[in-house]
Write a protein that binds this ligand. Structure first.
Ligand SMILES: Nc1ncnc2c1ncn2[C@@H]1O[C@H](COP(=O)(O)OP(=O)(O)OP(=O)(O)O)[C@@H](O)[C@H]1O
Ligand SMILES: [Mg+2]
Length: 151
């Protein structure tokens, strides 16, 4: 599944994704610096009643938890140097609990997070982004629900 969207269309795209999410889901986001990972997470979080201003990049603290209709765990792996450090933070264990996990730079340590929905972002032009959504890491039942929403 591929979607190309202008900044103005972001709320619509984020809502389509957010509607599919249920507690304990892990969504991994990858793409270059400035591709739009945090910006997409802001819009997904706002679907769950979290103000956009509350959502900021947890680059140095690795994780922010926002309280909304569901807890949103916003994780950023950019500055985590190795798997040992990541496992020591307890983020991966927390995934057994309720809440939705949105993980920037998941491609740095993909093996720590399976199964997850993978969203790859690319810059098309200044205000346009392309996302490629890969649900193959999810159980089949979840992959089908994904197709229903978008077809
Ligand atoms: N269609 C769009 N979707 C998302 N962001 C967009 C779009 N058009 C323009 N932008 C701008 O692109 C920038 C994306 O920055 P953002 O912090 O979300 O990137 P990031 O992928 O999280 O980067 P980093 O790897 O540094 O965390 C923002 O300034 C945002 O306003
Ligand atoms: Mg970011």
């Amino acid at each position: 599944m591929e979607i190309t969207y202008h900044y103005d269309e972001l709320p619509k795209v984020a809502e389509a994704i957010a509607q599919l999410l249920i507690p304990s889901d892990v969504v991994g986001l990858s793409g270059d610096l400035g591709a739009g990972k945090t910006t997409l997470i802001k819009s997904i979080a706002s679907f769950f009643g979290i103000p956009r201003d509350e959502v900021t990049s947890p680059t140095y603290v690795y994780q922010h938890i926002y309280k909304g209709q569901l807890d949103i765990h916003h994780v950023d792996l950019y500055r985590i140097s190795d798997e040992q450090t990541l496992l020591g933070l307890g983020i991966v264990e927390a995934m057994e609990e309720n809440g939705i996990f949105l993980v920037e730079w998941i491609d740095r340590f993909p093996a720590c997070f399976t199964p997850y929905l993978h969203i790859r972002l690319e810059v098309v032009d200044q205000d346009t982004r392309k996302i490629k959504i890969d649900a193959s890491g999810w159980p089949l039942s979840r992959q089908q629900s994904w197709q229903k929403v978008f077809v």
